[in-house]
Design a protein around this ligand. Structure first.
Ligand code: HSE
Length: 300
C-alpha cells in the first residue's frame, strides 16, 4: 500500500520548438512516495528539498492537486492517501521541476490504484499541474517526463503527443546557473505576435530538427537548433548566455540553447565525452565570474 516513484528533469523547447518539443534527462529528478491511509482525502505529509518554497496546501501544491483530480476522475475521491515529495532539483531552473514532481505523483497514484489509466491518459492531469505551477498548461515538459525520450506536442486541442526517436548516439550537456527565472515571468515577456519572416525561419528549423533526429543526421540537427522567436528575448535574463554558447560550440556542440524558460542552458552532442567537457567548461567559466551552477550530462 505504498508506491515510490522517480520522475526525471526535462529540457523543453529544444531551441526552436517552443511549447512543442522536449526530452527527458537521466538526472536530476524528483521522488514521490504515496501511501494509503484510513481517513479519506489527500494529505501532503512532507515536502523536502524545496527550501519551503512550494505550497503545503494540498489543493495548491501541483502534486497533491493533480492526485486529487485523478482520484475524482476515476470516481475514487473517497480514497485516503498521504504524499511525500522529495525534490532533488532546483525550482525555477528551466529543467521542468514542477513537471517532474507532478508526473512522479500521478505515476505513483495510478500504480497505487492498480493502473486504471494508461501513461498517456495521465497527461491531461499533468497539464493541469503545469497550469497551477506557472499559469499555463504547456505539455513539453510533462510529456517527456512521463513517456521518456524526445516528444513532440503536435497539437494541444486535442492533445496529440508524438514520440520522436533519438539517434543512437545523442547526449546533452546541461548547466543550471544559480539565477532565478520564474517560468511565469519568462513567458509573459515574450512578444505575442511573430513576424511572418521569422515564422518561416522557425518552422523550417523545427522541421529540420525533427528530420535530422529521424535521419540520424547530426549536421542537420545542429544547423536546425536556431530560435529567432523566443531566445532573443529570454537570453536577456540569462547571464553570460552568448559566451556560454560560444564555449559550447567551440568545444564541439551540435547546437546550444535555453532549457525551458531558463536560466538553465543545454547543448546537444554526438559523444558523451564532448558533453562532459562542455558542462565542465561552462561551469568553470561561470565560477570564474562568481556564478554558482549545477552541471549534468545525460543520454537523450
Ligand atoms: N515551453 C515552456 C516554456 C517550458 O518555454 O515556457 C518551460 O519549462
Amino acid at each position: 500500500n505504498q508506491v515510490h516513484v522517480f520522475a526525471p528533469a526535462t529540457v523543453a523547447n529544444i531551441v526552436c520548438g517552443y511549447d512543442v518539443l522536449g526530452f527527458a534527462l537521466d538526472e536530476p529528478g524528483d521522488e514521490v512516495v504515496i501511501r494509503r491511509i484510513d481517513p479519506p482525502g489527500v494529505q501532503l505529509k512532507e515536502v523536502t528539498g524545496d527550501d519551503g518554497r512550494l505550497p503545503r496546501d494540498p489543493s495548491k501544491n501541483t502534486v497533491s492537486a493533480s492526485v486529487i483530480s485523478f482520484l475524482n476522475h476515476i470516481g475514487r475521491a473517497d480514497t485516503g492517501v498521504e504524499i511525500s515529495l522529495h525534490k532533488h532539483m532546483p525550482i525555477g531552473s528551466g529543467l521542468g521541476s514542477s513537471a517532474a514532481s507532478t508526473v512522479a505523483g500521478l505515476f505513483a497514484i495510478n500504480a497505487l490504484m492498480g493502473h486504471p489509466l494508461s501513461r498517456r491518459e495521465l497527461l491531461p492531469f499533468a497539464l493541469q499541474g503545469e497550469e497551477l505551477a506557472c499559469g499555463h498548461g504547456h505539455a513539453d515538459n510533462v510529456a517527456p517526463a512521463l513517456l521518456g525520450g524526445i516528444t513532440l506536442i503536435r497539437g494541444y486541442d486535442p492533445l496529440d503527443v508524438v514520440p520522436i526517436p533519438a539517434p543512437p548516439s545523442l547526449f546533452a550537456s546541461v548547466v543550471f546557473p544559480h539565477v532565478d527565472v520564474p517560468t511565469r515571468d519568462a513567458r509573459q515577456m515574450i512578444r505575442a505576435k511573430v513576424a511572418l519572416k521569422d515564422a518561416v525561419i522557425q518552422w523550417g528549423n523545427i522541421a529540420g530538427l525533427v528530420a535530422g533526429l529521424f535521419a540520424h543526421d547530426y549536421e542537420l540537427i545542429g544547423r536546425s537548433m536556431r530560435d529567432v522567436v523566443i531566445e532573443p528575448t529570454r537570453a536577456i535574463l540569462i547571464p553570460e548566455f552568448y559566451e556560454m554558447r560560444r564555449l559550447a560550440m567551440d568545444a564541439g556542440a551540435l547546437g546550444f540553447g535555453i532549457s525551458g524558460s531558463g536560466p538553465s542552458v543545454f547543448a546537444f552532442t554526438q559523444h558523451r565525452d564532448t558533453a562532459t567537457r562542455i558542462t565542465k567548461t561552462i561551469q568553470e567559466y561561470l565560477t570564474e565570474r562568481g556564478i554558482e551552477s549545477n552541471g549534468y550530462v545525460s543520454g537523450v
